[in-house]
Design a protein. Structure first.
Length: 346
């Protein structure tokens, strides 16, 4: 007698859908291929040849991160096409601060029930972020877990591995008198969104309402993807004179800049040296935020900071500007620890 018992699909897990997703994302992943990649998607592991990537005495650097509660806005609005760029950026922007070139990326995508169309859009966004940062998408995990997530909810995590030649790691050589160059952000990026969502509640606006600070809807404006700084930053490091890079994420300038400064050194930042972007003006005004809280929670318009030798600051500024970055000279490295501010953003 033929048994007609329960199947895995009856329990809410569709293996065929997972296989279909792999087939759908293979073209996007293939576009991210770079020197060193040895195998495509679908195996039990991914292979990468460091010598094939051009390294002779490499040191590996690894980073992992997520997107935080920015995901909630993507889920609620259905606009999931760029959240994968955020995921990649949060990892590779950290890697480059160590002086490393991102080589390959793996993603973890978990949901209650796999929606093939949405999952494809999300992972295509991851592939786009990888392609823009010269990083190969060589593997990942799609987890369908009924009962763990509400309908339509999902979570993302990313894992990036990079390399540098031995002895070229950063930070290195930071001294008092170094010039601090700030690279403009593309908005809120991927930190502080629990507060962002609370401020939106206070404003009584919905994601589909017009944004008070720019064209388009509020949801779309707040989903602007995190800027990828990898290629311009690596160009600056290659030119010489870059002593440190700080990715301005959770903790803002106040907490992130000291992470790359040696003991006994701090920074003075002139808050009048760049214009606070409209999104932060709106958040600060609507949330009645103190300036110190703004600077410790958000990037406040500066997504990456370079500490550079004073004599090289002009040349590095020219190079970064030519690479498409908006560069501001925001301060200097000083004796004495911590970050002090002069002037005001608000």
């Amino acid at each position: 007698m033929t048994k007609t018992g329960l199947t895995y699909a009856d329990a809410g897990v569709d293996i065929d859908a997972g296989n279909s997703l792999i087939d759908r994302i293979k073209p996007a992943a293939k576009k991210t291929a770079r020197s060193g990649v040895m195998a495509g998607l679908g195996g039990f592991g991914a292979l990468f040849d460091l010598k094939g990537a051009g390294y002779t005495d490499p040191i590996l650097v690894a980073a992992t991160d997520g997107v935080g509660t920015k995901l909630r806005i993507a889920i609620d609005t259905g606009n999931v096409d760029t959240i994968g760029i955020d995921l990649v950026a949060m990892c590779v922007n950290d890697l480059v601060c160590q002086g490393a070139e991102p080589l390959f990326f793996l993603d973890y995508f978990a949901t209650g029930k796999l929606d093939l169309d949405n999952a494809t859009r999300i992972i295509n966004g991851i592939a786009a972020g990888c392609e823009a940062s010269g990083c190969a998408l060589i593997g990942g995990e799609t987890a369908e877990m009924p009962g763990m997530y509400h309908d339509g909810d999902f979570d993302l995590a990313g894992f990036a591995v990079g390399a540098m030649e031995r002895g070229s790691d950063l930070p290195a050589g930071v001294v008092a008198g170094d010039v601090l160059l700030g690279l403009a952000s593309d908005g809120v990026h991927s930190n502080g969104y629990s507060l962002v969502r609370r401020i939106v509640e206070v404003s009584c606006l919905g994601w589909g309402d017009d944004a008070p600070f720019t064209d388009g809807t509020l949801g779309a404006a707040l989903l602007a993807p995190t800027r990828l700084y990898v290629k311009p930053a690596l160009l600056a490091v290659e030119q010489g004179g870059v002593h440190a890079l700080a990715h301005i994420t959770g903790g803002g300038l106040t907490e992130n800049l000291p992470r790359v400064l040696p003991e006994g050194l701090g920074a003075t930042i002139d808050l009048t040296s760049w214009d606070l972007p409209p999104v932060f003006k709106w958040l600060a005004a609507t949330g009645n935020m103190a300036e110190a809280e703004l600077l410790k929670t958000f990037n406040a318009g500066i997504g990456m900071v370079l500490s550079v030798a004073a004599e090289d600051a002009d040349a590095i500024t020219t190079l970064l500007t030519a690479a498409g970055e908006t560069v501001s000279t925001i301060g200097t490295v000083t004796t004495g620890e911590g970050v002090s501010y002069i002037g005001s953003l608000l």
